[in-house]
Ligand binder design. Structure first.
Ligand code: AMP
Length: 222
């Protein structure tokens, strides 16, 4: 086995809408560690006008998971890239037990030890309200919410001045309900798996974005 690598290796997990993406982006800003969101990778892939692209888009729109094989291939090649050499924040992966087991083997092979798996806990009622109200600037990707985080000037992005915004196609009630069912059925079993390895840390994700990121900072000690 190769020598153990020092760096920051974190998994963000939790139900859809718990704030994984937002918190992973904040941690990336602070640490400059690579942020790997499998959801973002898939949304990009689903824009391709190919049979696989179209099939994937339909699956994501219904709130279904992509296949383990596809996701595992994507993550395997992505973490070998240069910008991951000092660590990575995995956001949305692993999402199933087979993915968790492959990740465990992959990291052992590379001599990488996860610092922790951070589960952001948010009750379902809050999740629905958060997801149904969220939208993002189309120019810089900054996230907003109809109720909780409006831009300072109506219709203008606080960060880049962009004036066009979009909502995710899978952020509708029926799809979110499906995503929550899939989370419970397929992703939740990975939590005790990581707990048994002593890697699990939980954080209450119901506070403000700043309060949650402060707690995460304390847990990670950076
Ligand atoms: P997210 O941006 O993390 O909410 O992911 C959006 C959607 O992409 C999910 O609802 C799943 O359909 C799909 N997805 C993201 N990550 C994975 C994964 N690791 N395995 C399977 N499907 C995934």
């Amino acid at each position: 086995m190769s020598k153990k690598k020092e760096g920051l290796y974190v998994v963000f997990t939790g139900a859809p809408g718990c704030g994984k993406g937002t918190q992973a982006r904040i941690l990336k800003e602070r640490t400059h560690i690579c942020h790997l969101s499998t959801g973002e990778m898939l949304r990009e892939y689903a824009q391709k006008d190919t049979p696989l692209g179209r099939e994937l888009k339909a699956a994501l729109d219904r709130g279904e998971f992509a296949s383990d094989e596809m996701i595992i291939e994507m993550v395997k090649s992505r973490i070998d890239e240069d910008d991951c050499k000092n660590g990575f924040i995995l956001d949305g992966f692993p999402r199933t037990m087979p993915q968790a087991e492959v990740l465990e083997g992959l990291l052992a092979e590379k001599g990488i030890k996860l610092n922790c798996v951070l589960e952001i806990q948010v009750p379902d009622e809050i999740i629905m309200e958060r997801i149904l109200g969220r939208y993002a600037c189309m120019k810089c990707g900054a996230g907003y919410h109809d109720k909780f985080q409006k831009p300072k000037v109506y219709g203008v992005c606080d960060f880049c001045g962009g004036t066009e915004f979009s909502r995710r196609k899978d952020d509708n009630r029926t799809t979110v309900e499906n995503r929550l069912v899939n989370y419970r059925l397929l992703t939740y079993p990975t939590i005790p798996f990581f707990e048994r390895q002593g890697l699990l840390k939980t954080v209450d994700g119901t506070g403000t974005i700043e309060a949650v990121s402060k707690k995460i900072e304390e847990i990670l000690g950076r």
